[in-house]
Design a protein around this ligand. Structure first.
Ligand SMILES: [Zn+2]
Length: 347
């Protein structure tokens, strides 16, 4: 499962949150425990840089990274060694494809090694041989909906997403902007694809999104009720649409022209954004991350029931909400943030 915080406990000897950063959702870090007189990165430093820092920088071109080297202790010739340590971090990130723009290398601290952000803290063992990293997250959080105008009333899709995410962005100290377009750039991106239509199998086997940033609009339009279950097994999680038996006897649940359809797609969109942020499914029909919809569908519930649930108002479980706030605050989306960065198997 994807990590939910930025620092893996295994790295803790050499990577920790710095200063005023909250322990749970840090944006400032200390890479410590460099060998005396050495600027070589430790394995833990490399893993953190590759698995967290590079992802944050790659995903959002507006993020800046502030670096300060430390090289203290008896007999240390501070300046150059501290500089070389910063350089090691920058070089690894450049090697991972990060352009030069994000890097802000600060004036090296002269002698007192205590950074301003933690005035009372004395450097612990190994912390005088270190690099301070501060990830500067832009105040605006852009969510881009590519080709959302495939949905007739897409303004309602935007409303659903805004209602769900705007309060969480605010808790993260950021302002949510949702943009509909095709060539736009966003920190979080969803692509509205057609998906399959017509001969698609109805109801229980339909896949409305793929967990890596796609929403299948026509598949949502084709949602029907009345067929029996055709899952390969009761626990099957992902079904290859090509391999599913067709089931007859069906009524369409939504008309693509009606506002309820757009609300349904909005709920699916929020669900898919949840996956981009790294959330797993949860139970409860009024949860955005519900998987129970599949069960509901497989039980051949009535059209009325399905409309009430699927186009109804939903919310995030509190721990999911907390993780979304954390992702927005740190700029780190364990689920991959968009189709730019394919992460895991379809869900
Ligand atoms: Zn899902």
């Amino acid at each position: 499962m994807a990590a939910t915080t930025t620092i893996d406990p295994k790295w803790r000897n050499s990577v920790r949150p710095l200063g005023n950063s909250t322990e749970e959702c840090p944006t400032d870090y200390l890479l410590s425990n460099f060998d005396a007189q050495s600027a070589d990165l430790k394995r833990e430093h490399e893993l953190f840089i590759e698995q967290v820092l590079a992802k944050i920088l790659r995903n959002n071109e507006e993020v800046r990274l502030h670096l300060t080297g430390r090289a203290g202790g008896p007999g240390a010739n501070g300046g150059t060694l501290a500089e070389r340590r910063v350089d090691s971090v920058v070089r690894l990130l450049r090697g991972l494809g990060i352009p030069p723009e994000p890097f802000i290398v600060s004036e090296l601290p002269r002698r007192p090694l205590q950074p301003q952000s933690e005035p009372s803290a004395k450097p612990g063992p190994g912390e005088e041989q270190a690099v301070e990293l501060r990830v500067l997250i832009p105040p605006r959080l852009r969510v881009v909906l590519k080709d959302a105008d495939r949905v007739r009333n897409y303004a309602l899709v935007i409303d659903v997403i805004r209602d769900a995410l705007s309060p969480l962005a605010k808790r993260a100290g950021r302002e949510l902007r949702i943009v509909q377009g095709h060539h736009e750039y966003g920190e979080l991106e969803l692509v509205f694809e057609a998906g399959d239509r017509g001969t698609r199998p109805p109801n229980e086997t339909m896949i409305f999104g793929n967990g890596d940033g796609s929403v299948f609009v026509a598949t949502c339009e084709e949602l029907r009720v009345g067929g029996g279950p055709r899952l390969p097994s009761p626990t099957a999680h992902y079904i290859d649409p090509a391999k599913v038996d067709y089931v007859s006897a069906v009524v369409r649940v939504f008309d693509p022209d009606e506002p309820e359809f757009a609300k349904f797609v909005g709920n699916i969109a929020v669900h898919e954004i949840g996956h981009l942020i790294g959330l797993e499914h949860s139970t409860g029909l009024d949860s955005f991350m519900t998987e129970t919809v599949r069960q509901l569908l497989s039980q051949g519930r009535s059209k009325t029931d399905m409309r009430r649930v699927l186009a109804g108002s939903m919310s995030f479980r509190s721990d999911h909400a907390r993780r979304i706030v954390c992702a927005m605050r740190t700029g780190f989306y364990p689920g991959g943030a968009s189709v730019k960065d394919h992460g895991e198997a379809p869900r």
